[in-house]
Design a protein around this ligand. Structure first.
Ligand SMILES: Nc1ncnc2c1ncn2[C@@H]1O[C@H](COP(=O)(O)OP(=O)(O)OP(=O)(O)O)[C@@H](O)[C@H]1O
Length: 388
């Protein structure tokens, strides 16, 4: 696939272009998909999210031509595939669905080998690819290669579904509620695994869900659809949460939007506020004066390596009996690594002694504090960084 690029206004390459796509099922008065136009950039995950029956699956099935559009055009990698041979097209598109669609009477290796075989790869290359893909989705090939789908848990079957879709190394993946039938814990694990995989593979992905949390977690951009696959808003998760385009989107995103927004920001992205700190060898009298001058409720004692250890209030300092300062007072909880989200921060802070999170670097060294104003500022769409 070495065709000329098709830049859009941002200069990013468009990999999938839907133009005025419409589907009217025979006997239906209303289109299931009504004049949908949408661009998907190379290497991004676009989520289609919307209420049941709004036309998400119909849209996906049109992209890989399981369903023929009534009108409109589909362009993939610069080629108009609206009239391309559907069998050839499907070898270039990985398709993952909720029910996995694995062939029950074929081993997992045979399932995963489906497209590579159709592509005419030699048996050694197919075998190597199957093992590589099983490993990629965290299933040991020695154990799983010769098993049958019925021997798998839901999560494992879904992993094999992903491996099979990746078989021929397609540039485009269509994923229709791939994790929809899994319990919440398995679902979150597979979402994380898939995001890690995508960070390596950079596929262009259209992903359908009706779960807004999944959309926010997985999407580079989210198209919120109304009936007839009409786009209510097509934007990044951050902007959809911060500025819903209309009442439909606001209602769909729901009352938890502010909390969800906190899940999008990592502590490492913020400049934490300063706090008064002391080291293990700071003399007690100096610590007391520091705290009095600061007027705050407590000092943060760091150890010799600069890691936060204890909170020291005036009582703790007065009761001090000579031990190093990083062993007095109460333990510093709510320690936040750069990878922690502000949602994690809130969770920690509400049970901490001083309702403060302590931001540390990757080595656990003190960077500053995160307080409720930081969270408030982020939830309200500001920087939330000027705190005290
Ligand atoms: N084969 C079909 N024949 C006639 N109508 C259909 C057919 N398949 C889907 N529809 C109708 O088209 C509309 C869109 O259906 P579609 O399955 O695309 O929606 P969806 O958004 O994927 O829904 P869900 O989230 O429930 O899977 C619905 O009104 C549905 O009843």
């Amino acid at each position: 696939m070495t065709s000329p690029t098709l830049p859009d206004t941002d200069g990013r390459r468009v990999m999938i272009k839907l133009e005025h796509l419409t589907k009217v099922y025979p006997g239906s008065a209303k289109p299931a998909v009504d004049d949908l136009s949408l661009d998907v950039y190379e290497g991004e995950i676009v989520i289609l999210v919307g209420p049941s029956g709004c036309g998400k699956t119909t849209t996906m099935k049109m992209i890989n031509r399981i369903i023929e559009p009534t009108s409109g055009r589909i362009v993939i990698d610069d080629a108009d595939v609206t009239r391309a041979n559907p069998d050839l097209l499907r070898r270039r598109i990985g398709y993952v669905i909720q029910q996995t669609g694995l062939f029950p009477h074929r081993t997992l290796a045979q399932n995963i080998a489906t497209v590579p075989k159709l592509l005419g790869w030699d048996p050694d290359r197919v075998r190597a690819r199957v093992d590589e893909l099983l490993e990629l989705v965290n299933l040991d090939p020695a154990i799983y290669r010769d098993r049958y789908p019925k021997h798998l848990s839901g999560g494992q079957a879904q992993r094999v579904g992903v491996a099979r879709a990746l078989g021929g190394d397609p540039e485009v993946m269509l994923m229709d509620e791939p994790f929809g039938a899994l319990d919440p814990i398995t679902r979150e694990r597979l979402q994380s695994e898939f995001l890690r995989l995508q960070a390596e593979l950079h596929k262009t992905i259209v992903f359908v869900t009706h779960d807004i949390d999944e959309a926010i977690r997985m999407g580079d951009r989210i198209a919120i659809l109304q009936e007839g696959s009409t786009i209510a808003q097509f934007d990044t998760p951050e902007r959809i949460l911060a500025a819903p385009a209309n009442d439909f989107v606001a209602e769909f995103v729901g009352s938890g939007a502010s909390l969800r927004q906190l899940g999008l920001t990592r502590v490492g992205e913020l400049k934490p506020a300063e706090w008064v700190t002391v080291g293990p060898d700071t003399p007690r009298q100096e610590a007391i004066e520091l705290l009095r001058r600061d007027g705050g409720p407590a000092l943060l004692a760091l150890d010799a390596d600069g890691r936060p250890r204890r909170w020291l209030d005036l009582t703790a300092l007065h009761n001090f009996n000579g031990q190093p300062l990083d062993q007095a007072g109460v333990p510093a909880a709510a320690i936040l690594t750069p990878q922690a989200t502000l949602h994690d921060a809130l969770n920690e802070m509400i049970t901490a002694d001083y309702a403060l999170g302590v931001a540390v670097d990757d080595q656990g060294r003190y960077r500053g504090v995160i307080d409720i104003q930081t969270l408030n500022g982020t939830a309200r769409g500001g920087s939330g960084q000027d705190l005290r």
